[in-house]
Design a protein around this ligand. Structure first.
Ligand code: NAD
Length: 395
């Protein structure tokens, strides 16, 4: 039963995203005028010691070790899912059935079939929030890009060019963690990184990918067994015993060509083998009247080219999206006093609280229906790579 004036959050998962979201829920009311008081009611992790440590570090009121118990608790209003991809559908559906709002990490789930079941559960739940943490939508510069495209400032879109480049598993001794196991992650760089840039492209253009052709590659096919150990670091398993090896069952890199419904064309590249790149999430969109360029490693800036300017002064302008007039930034600092990765989660927490307080929980974007379209593109790309041909997304 919702307690008036409060949003009581139960978070599942205690590592990378568990930390990012704990910070988001902690900070949102400090920067945004929050219509509901966020209560960090419970954190859930299979490792009780770690969950207790997170609770004391971030101020969670209680600890659970079984997500099913958390979902059934009547002092929780929202379930925040920060666990590996193979658990998203089961937890989200159970939480919606138990009458809880749900905020689920990306990718939405493992495949289109699970996405369909999640969408049905969200529809059946009627007025409950069902959102996915495609947090890059909440980077002020990227949200500004969407505004400019919506205002027609770049006109008809011809090209969408996206890359998401990381390098954290180039070492063949980096262990075969859950992110490299198809049964737990679904796919590799594809569902992890292409998911973000497909979502960003759909968000900024308002267009849908209709058809794709893709190639998936796994460069290192076997690695020492091990587990994630916070952020993107890992620990080898096996102690002093002989090191066990595990097969890598996901892609290390996926490249994809795409056709959009509007007739625009796009390229997407996701890899964990781009030596020299740590978190190179970049998007460029070229239209008839202008262009935009964004790179997350310089996330406070948006480059904008306006072809209506006189030829002798035409060129990309470098907008520092840190003014009160830019999306989200007014909640923070004077212009030029930049923000970072964690603020994308703080911003999304604020949007969640506002949507619920205003009775618009089910309209919060991206919802499961919206995220299922990114899932459809991901699935089509893997099918294309396996069949060596163009595949329709049915979007
Ligand atoms: N939005 C983003 O920018 C972003 C970034 C990284 C990861 N993610 C997504 O967040 C999710 C979690 O990734 P991560 O990097 O935090 O992983 P992680 O390995 O750092 O943490 C996963 C956590 O889930 C816990 N867990 C696993 N199964 C569980 C279960 N059945 N019950 C309770 N806890 C369980 C693990 O013990 C661990 O605490 C993934 O879906 C990933 O794709 C999103």
């Amino acid at each position: 039963m919702a307690k008036s004036g409060q949003l009581r959050v139960g978070l599942i998962g205690t590592q990378f995203m568990g930390k990012a979201h704990s910070n988001g829920w902690s900070q949102t009311g400090h920067f945004f005028k929050s219509p509901l008081k966020v209560v960090k009611q419970a954190i859930c992790g299979r490792n009780e010691e770690r969950a207790k440590d997170m609770a004391s570090t971030w101020g969670w009121n209680s600890v659970e070790t079984d997500w099913r118990k958390l979902v059934e608790r009547d002092d929780i209003d929202l379930i925040d899912i920060c666990t590996p991809n193979n658990s998203h559908a089961e937890i989200a559906i159970a939480a919606l059935k138990a009458g809880k709002h749900v905020a689920c990490e990306k990718p939405l789930c493992m495949n289109k079939e699970e996405a369909g079941r999640m969408v049905k559960a969200a529809r059946d739940a009627k007025n409950l929030l069902n959102t996915v943490w495609y947090n890059y939508r909440r980077v002020p510069a990227l949200a500004l890009a969407k505004q400019l495209v919506d205002e027609g400032r770049i006109g008809r879109v011809f090209h969408v060019r996206c890359v998401y480049l990381q390098s954290w598993i180039i070492d063949p001794n980096f262990p075969a963690v859950w992110r490299l196991d198809a049964k737990t992650a679904g796919s590799g760089a594809h569902g992890d990184l292409n998911a973000h840039i497909i979502d960003a492209a759909r968000f900024i253009t308002g267009d849908e990918v209709s058809e794709v052709v893709a190639h998936a590659e796994t460069f290192i096919k076997e690695r020492p067994s091990g587990e994630m150990a916070g952020g993107l670091s890992a620990a080898k398993g096996g102690g002093a015993k002989k090191q066990e090896m595990s097969k890598v069952t996901v892609d290390d890199a996926v490249i994809m060509l795409a056709r959009f419904k509007s007739g625009a064309i796009g390229t997407f590249e996701a890899t964990r083998f781009a030596q020299g790149r740590k978190n190179g999430n970049k998007i460029e969109i070229n239209g008839e009247k202008g262009a935009i360029e964004f790179g997350f490693e310089d996330m406070n800036r948006l480059k904008f080219y306006d072809a209506s300017q006189p030829a002798r002064t035409q060129g990309f302008i470098d907008i520092m999206a840190t003014d009160g007039s830019h999306p989200y930034f007014g909640a923070y600092w004077p212009a030029g006093h930049i923000i970072g990765y964690e603020h994308t989660f703080i911003n999304q927490c604020s949007d969640i609280v506002t949507a619920i307080a205003e009775g618009k929980a089910a309209q919060m974007q991206p919802d499961f229906v919206n995220a299922s379209k990114t899932q459809a593109v991901l699935d089509a790309a893997l099918e294309s790579s396996a069949k060596r041909k163009w595949i329709s997304t049915d979007c």
